[in-house]
Design a protein around this ligand. Structure first.
Ligand code: PLP
Length: 427
């Protein structure tokens, strides 16, 4: 594979941008080698600056559920751009997107639009603290909620306990109020809630973990979280930045039938432009400024281009049968990969919820961050590079999800499986 131009650009990028990238995982550090520079994308395909093309299962880390550059979305944002790109004043489109979100996710009676998932989560946690008048929060190891200081705290060792910041620049003080527990471990949650319920504002969780690879919730995990938090006046926040409009039009909460107090969205609701959102019961949302005292603002919040992309994307997702088709295609891919790995004698644990897929090179099972980390990242790195050489672009990290779009065709899936057969045999 020719990568001359990507290499040149990366060398240049390193002169001006830390690590050569504007978001760390893009740099290929965990699989080795150098990132490819992308020139354009269409449907299920990425095209790089050296003229290579790839079937894309990263999809900008989730947003591009209709595939790249879907004609109706591009047409709508082109039209919107001609009317100006930002006003700093309300628009009708913002009302429409908010309306669509609240209709799709009934637990979000009111919704505030922001510009990223990070901002949505940060604001939701502030609101939870303001509403409950408590400071502590509980998160799960391996769950990513954006790069807010106190959410970068990952894990205490062994028994989950008050955590230490993992990141220079985050004062100990800032994570003093962050408790962590292993994902899917309700006994630890119970213990922590028992000990800290008077100070716990919220429990925040990815209802399907998508940032340690894909780790689905165990049977009653979410329902138990709901019960425990409700019993103690603690708010339950679902971070559905990935799962919202991904696994179901109503998000993971519709899929599992568990209703959180607050929900965070991002990725898909911006159709590839920067949008995030948080929302919940009116009683809670009425505390957000200017309706209430919990301050939160944004110069580009509800940006007309981004909101237009979101509306057009959600419209397409509302078409009957969209999620069934995504699920069928994803199931075919998962099954093909499973068989190929088995035939080649490669231990592979597959996880999947709808069009969100994980593949761990381990004998498994994978139920939390600790077990996810048992997987063989060197084997994944080899798999990644060999697939890339065959024109298939999976995430450059074992701990990221693979996504399908409505633009992925059965022949894309077949081609991927065929390549995987050869690659698994070579491992
Ligand atoms: C991507 C992601 C975020 C952060 O969103 P950004 O738009 O990157 O700030 C938050 N939570 C989850 C679950 C995510 O996957």
């Amino acid at each position: 594979m020719k990568t001359t131009r990507s290499k040149q650009l990366f060398a240049e990028a390193l002169r001006y941008i830390p690590g050569g990238v504007n978001s760390p995982v893009r740099a290929f550090r965990s699989v080795g080698g150098q990132p490819l520079f992308i020139k354009r994308a269409k449907g299920s395909r990425l095209y790089d600056v050296d003229g290579n093309s790839f079937i894309d299962y990263v999809l900008s880390w989730g947003p591009m559920i209709l595939g790249h550059a879907p004609a109706p979305v591009i047409k709508a944002i082109t039209r919107a751009a001609a009317n100006g790109t930002s006003y700093g004043a309300p628009t009708e489109q913002e009302v429409r997107l908010a309306q669509m979100i609240t209709e799709a996710v009934p637990s979000m009676q009111e919704v505030r639009l922001v510009s990223s998932g990070t901002e949505a989560v940060m604001s939701a946690v502030r609101l939870a603290r303001g509403f409950t008048n408590r400071d502590a929060i509980l998160k799960f190891e391996g769950c990513y909620h954006g790069h807010t200081d106190y959410l970068l705290a990952k894990a205490g060792s062994g028994l989950a306990t008050l955590s230490i910041p993992d990141c220079p620049g985050v004062p100990d003080d800032f994570t003093r109020h962050t408790l962590t527990a292993p994902y899917n471990d309700i006994a630890t949650v119970q213990r922590l809630i028992q000990a800290h319920h008077e100070d716990l504002a919220c429990v925040i969780v990815e209802p399907i973990a998508g940032n340690m690879g894909v780790v689905p919730p165990r049977d009653d995990f979410l329902a138990n979280l709901r019960e425990l938090t409700r019993a103690h006046g603690i708010l339950l926040i679902f971070d559905e930045v990935i799962t919202g409009f991904r696994v179901h039009y109503g998000g993971a909460q519709a899929l599992y039938g568990v209703t959180p107090d607050l929900t965070c969205l991002g990725k898909i609701i911006g159709g590839g432009l920067p949008v995030g959102a948080y929302g919940g019961a009116r009683e809670i949302m009425r505390l957000v400024a200017p309706a209430g005292p919990v301050y939160q603002a944004g110069t580009l919040s509800g940006n007309p281009l981004a909101v237009t992309a979101g509306i057009e994307t959600l419209k397409r997702l509302k078409t009957p049968g969209v999620y069934r088709k995504l699920d069928e295609r994803a199931a075919a891919l998962a099954e093909g990969l499973r068989e190929a790995a088995k035939k080649a004698g490669v231990p592979l644990i597959q996880t999947r919820v709808g069009s969100m897929l994980g593949a761990f090179f381990t004998k498994g099972p994978v139920v939390d961050y600790a077990s996810a980390k048992q997987s063989d990242t060197k084997a994944y790195a080899k798999f990644f590079h060999r697939m890339l050489n065959k024109g298939v672009y999976f995430a450059p990290s074992q701990f990221e999800a693979a996504f399908l779009s409505t633009a992925h065709t059965p022949s894309d899936i077949e081609e991927t499986i065929k390549s995987a057969r050869a690659v698994f045999k070579s491992l």
